[in-house]
Design a protein around this ligand. Structure first.
Ligand code: HEM
Ligand SMILES: N[C@@H](CC(=O)c1ccccc1NC=O)C(=O)O
Length: 348
């Protein structure tokens, strides 16, 4: 056994973190009991943001490798860490309950002393959004984005924006999915609908026709929408996921029962859950803000609740994955894959 003498308090740097609460109300000698809670809650959030960033960075590192094997321990690690992030985010959503034990009148006791501080200055929160894939051009209220930040913190956010985000890495990973380009998987494919020889892959020709056939009259526009999302001719523009990547993601969702597609499905699913938890947090934060300060402007100078509503509506990161559910068809109508493809995906 290694001979050590690590002490609890030293190890956890308790001298530092337990002596890091300095209420403004004390400085002004205008005691406000709830400011201690306000500080500690924010500190707890920032510690968790740090952990989330640590997990995101590690996931990005694994996904940056030229080939992440779909059935490998590496993908297992990605899934495991993404689910950990989901669990942490759920905790962060619940933590709002504790904040809400403070009443608007108790908040007013110290609110004015905080200006211009606000959550706007949480560079870790912004870096987290950026590392996941939220781009500057997509942000609501760009005028506020870095308005309250000092240059060293702006640099941290810019650096996070310039690294390959999880969304970009997801696109690259999906594009590398090999199954459609291996002819042996498709020679014995039995199309359900009449297909013609042509440039479009037999599976997608078949699937497009199956999908169109199942649409209600009022949904006929979805045919065009299908092509917009999946046809190579429509690559580029504002999209983060290419048609090829979208085809791979849809295929994973459709055939997730095959062993080789189980982990990839969980990757997609955890990313959607991360988006959902972040959005739940934004919603709960916004409602809390409305309850706390009504329609007053924020200490950070924004319109307050209205700004937060705009961010809530626009800051979805994995929306292009979420919208793929419009293109699912019933399991019982799914084309049966060839024996060769079945073997390739792991059923013997
Ligand atoms: C009494 C409780 C709170 C109130 C009234 C409140 C209010 C606000 C307001 C008005 C804004 C918009 C910026 C501004 O103009 O000030 C904002 C932004 C923000 N707040 Fe809070 N907040 C509260 C608690 C929290 C907590 C506990 C956190 C946890 C870290 C937090 C994190 C943030 C973040 C990250 C933003 C930026 C959001 C974005 O740009 O999308 N806030 N908050
Ligand atoms: N923006 C809030 C104040 C506030 O919540 C806050 C102030 C200082 C440090 C963190 C804060 N939390 C989140 O915005 C307000 O306008 O009341």
């Amino acid at each position: 056994m290694t001979n050590t003498n690590v002490q609890y308090g030293d190890y956890l740097q308790l001298e530092n973190i337990l002596n890091a609460q300095f209420p403004e109300s004390d400085k002004h000698q205008l005691p406000a009991h709830d400011e201690m809670l306000f500080i500690i809650i924010h500190q707890a959030y920032e510690l968790w943001f740090k952990q989330l960033l640590y997990e995101v960075d590690s996931v990005a590192e694994i996904m940056s490798k030229p080939a992440v094997n779909d059935n490998s321990p590496e993908l297992q690690t990605v899934v495991h860490r993404l689910s950990r992030m989901v669990t942490i985010l759920k905790l962060l959503v619940h933590q709002i309950d504790v904040m809400e034990t403070m009443t608007p009148m108790d908040f007013l006791d110290f609110r004015d002393m905080l200006r211009p501080a606000s959550g706007f200055q949480s560079w870790q929160f912004k870096a987290l959004e950026a590392r996941l894939g939220l781009q500057y051009k997509q942000r609501f209220g760009q005028e506020y984005y870095i308005s309250q930040l000092k240059q060293d913190k702006i640099d941290i956010i810019r650096k996070a924006e310039n690294e390959k985000s999880i969304l970009t890495l997801l696109n690259e990973w999906l594009e590398r999915m090999p199954f459609f380009e291996e002819p042996g998987n498709w020679t014995n494919y039995k199309a359900v609908t009449p297909v013609e020889a042509g440039p479009e892959h037999i599976f997608w020709q078949d699937y497009r026709q199956l999908y169109s056939g199942g649409l209600a009259e009022a949904e006929k526009d979805n045919r065009e929408y299908f092509n917009t999302v999946f046809a190579d001719a429509n690559a580029g523009g504002e999209r983060n996921l290419s048609p090829k990547a979208c085809r791979a993601a849809l295929f994973i969702m459709l055939y997730r029962g095959y062993p080789l597609l189980q982990l990839p499905f969980q990757v997609l699913n955890s990313l959607l859950e991360i988006d959902e938890q972040l959005s739940t947090w934004r919603y709960r934060h916004m409602s809390m803000v409305h309850r706390m300060i009504g329609s007053r402007i924020g200490t950070g100078g924004s319109t307050g609740k209205d700004y937060l509503k705009g961010a809530l509506d626009k800051h979805f990161i994995f929306a292009e994955i979420a919208r793929l559910t419009s293109f699912l068809i019933e399991r019982r109508k799914l084309p049966v894959l060839s024996h060769e493809m079945g073997q390739r995906l792991g059923f013997q």
